[in-house]
Design a protein around this ligand. Structure first.
Ligand SMILES: O=CC(=O)O
Length: 313
């Protein structure tokens, strides 16, 4: 395996980097002074790409590597990989589902509690000494609220299960109704938003789900409604979200993802009904180790002609 060229697109987790380095001929794209020169010189050596949510494998990179057989994403989301091109060229693709479901679902609940109970603002109240002057204002209860989930896949279902433990009623929107659940189904996102108090985006980013949260959905959720996004920034029309929050047309938001990461809208920094996280849904030591192990296991399976563990293409 040491002779097989594997290209990492950007810095990821040091353990993954070490494990790849120990097994393969690892190239680090971000360390190359000229990406174009590097690709020209090494195009015939690279058989696999390891990408993530920042840099995956777009058409340009895939086309630059004539010997490419395999793309392993250190992420569950596949929106940074040109899947169609991979399919056309017979390039296999894997991601890291399941192992990160609990962490992302846990964090979605954390965001809901963070927004409703103003946990970050409460923390600031103690640290700034303001508690000595006054008690913190009253906040909003989570238990028993109605939760709408967009995307009832692995992560959406895990969020629903957790919210049920908070005695919440659950409804959802997805491409089609799921036969295995009694949660109320809405074929239309606006109807879902009208009928829930907390709306959680948990679907994959595709052409159809881009800006699935637009002005109409935000208005349907309303001034007491809360939006939680643990999907992708592009699920939300961000300028619309920002103006709705600034104008008080939306009750609050908990965001782990943004349209232009690592930037987040500065206009929101002063709002205590907004909790902003730096895209850390799956970023625990336990889950990162499991994701890295899965990337390695898929690469080894591919190059040993064994069945892939988590194939996408
Ligand atoms: O955003 C995280 C992932 O797709 O794994």
């Amino acid at each position: 395996m040491e002779t097989i060229g594997v290209l990492m697109t950007c810095p990821m987790y040091s353990y993954l980097e070490q494990e790849l380095e120990a097994r393969f001929n690892l190239f680090k794209l971000w360390q190359q002074p000229s990406k174009a020169d590097f690709l020209k010189t090494n195009q015939h050596k690279i058989k696999a790409i390891v990408g993530n949510t920042k840099i995956g494998a777009d058409a340009e990179l895939i086309d630059a590597l004539p010997k490419l057989e395999f793309v392993a994403s250190y992420s569950v989301g596949l929106d940074k990989i040109d899947l169609k091109k991979c399919e056309e060229k017979g390039i296999r693709v894997t991601n890291t589902p399941d192992v990160l479901t609990d962490d992302v679902a846990d964090l979605a609940i954390g965001l809901i509690l963070g927004v409703l109970r103003r946990i970050c603002a409460c923390d600031g109240h103690v640290r700034s000494g303001k508690w000595r002057e006054a008690d913190f204002k009253l906040t909003t209860k989570f238990s028993g609220k109605s939760v709408g989930i967009i995307g009832l896949g692995r992560i959406g279902a895990a969020i629903a299960k957790r919210a049920e433990a908070f005695s919440c009623s659950i409804s959802y929107h997805s491409r089609s109704q799921k036969p295995y659940t009694n949660y109320k189904y809405y074929s239309n996102v606006i109807d879902l938003a009208k009928n829930c108090q907390i709306l959680v985006v948990a679907c994959a980013l595709t052409e159809e789900t881009q800006h699935i949260i637009n002005r109409d959905v935000i208005d349907a959720l309303g001034p007491k409604g809360i939006l939680i996004n643990i999907g992708r920034g592009a699920h939300v029309d961000e300028p619309e979200l920002v103006s709705a929050l600034l104008e008080g047309r939306l009750g609050g938001a908990g965001l782990d993802v943004y349209g232009n990461e690592p930037e987040a809208p500065e206009q929101l920094f002063g709002l205590d009904n907004v909790v902003l996280l730096p895209h850390v849904g799956s970023d625990t030591i336990e889950t990162s180790n499991a994701m890295a192990d899965l990337v390695i296991a898929n690469l080894e399976a591919h190059f040993n002609s064994k069945p892939l563990l988590t194939p996408v293409v």
